[in-house]
Design a protein around this ligand. Structure first.
Ligand SMILES: [Ca+2]
Ligand SMILES: [Ca+2]
Length: 245
């Protein structure tokens, strides 16, 4: 059964300074989609992880001129003692059928959450992933191939509004069956019609090469393709469960 809920947490965010950056003169991506400014810093979507809701994602539309996806950022908070292992994927999105389509265009190595109770940003460097301008894709985290028999629950920062018109937060309760991302319709309009994840997508024009994202409010700590930002929170959980039927 689906277990997705919306939880409102009292979250104190400490914006500490960037401590590590692997590029001394980072350049800006040409187009950046950033929904962090719309986040109330409390709303999260729960829960991603084993045993059920194995797929959380955000659909997006590739900008007209900057069609190379350079990096993608989600904000995650590990809520269980056990870390949540996951991989990050990019696939084409079939808006008519509300599901992923075609081959996997990008797959990260297995990654894992850390620091229970702390909201952190995870930035995956996708390098020079050429996509098609104007087309929709889905960037998502998934743990279907990483089940180990131990339940794990992680929250993703989400928006209760349609801040980005080119896509939406989507999820799928596909457990340990990855292939269902292409077969089953995913759920959207979860927090609000067109509601989005809290995410950053950075795009470049073709030929621009690899760019290391600048440290922003969430301070990227780059390590092997994944960045962990340095936000800290105190949680006092309350409210607001929304069960799927
Ligand atoms: Ca597990
Ligand atoms: Ca949206």
């Amino acid at each position: 059964m689906p277990r997705l809920t919306v939880k409102v947490s009292s979250l104190l965010i400490l914006l500490s300074g960037i401590s590590l950056l692997v590029n001394t003169s980072p350049a800006k991506a040409q187009t950046t989609i950033d929904t962090i400014p719309f986040w109330d810093r409390t709303t999260v979507i729960t829960w991603f992880g084993e045993p059920n809701t194995a797929t959380y994602g955000q659909t997006f539309t590739v900008p007209e001129t900057d069609n190379v996806l350079n990096s993608f950022t989600f904000l995650l908070r590990q809520d269980d003692p056990e870390p949540s292992p996951f991989q990050f994927f990019v696939m084409a999105w079939d808006p008519a059928n509300q599901r992923a389509a075609g081959p996997v265009l990008f797959a990260s190595a297995p990654l894992t959450t850390s620091d229970r109770g702390v909201m952190k940003s995870y930035t995956i460097l996708t390098g020079s992933l050429r996509l098609i301008s104007g087309m929709q894709y889905v960037a998502f985290i998934n743990c279907s191939n990483l089940f180990d028999g131990i339940e794990d629950n992680t929250a993703m920062a989400g928006l209760t509004r349609d801040a980005y018109s080119g896509g939406a937060f989507v999820f799928l309760n596909n457990a340990d069956q990855f292939d269902r991302v292409r077969l089953d319709p995913w759920t959207s309009n979860w927090l609000a019609p067109g509601g989005d994840a809290v995410f950053i997508a950075r795009f470049l024009p073709e030929g621009a090469g690899q760019v290391v994202p600048e440290p922003g409010r969430w301070m990227l700590l780059l390590c092997g393709g994944i960045g962990a930002a340095l936000t800290r929170g105190f949680l006092r959980r309350r409210a607001c469960r929304m069960k799927r039927g």
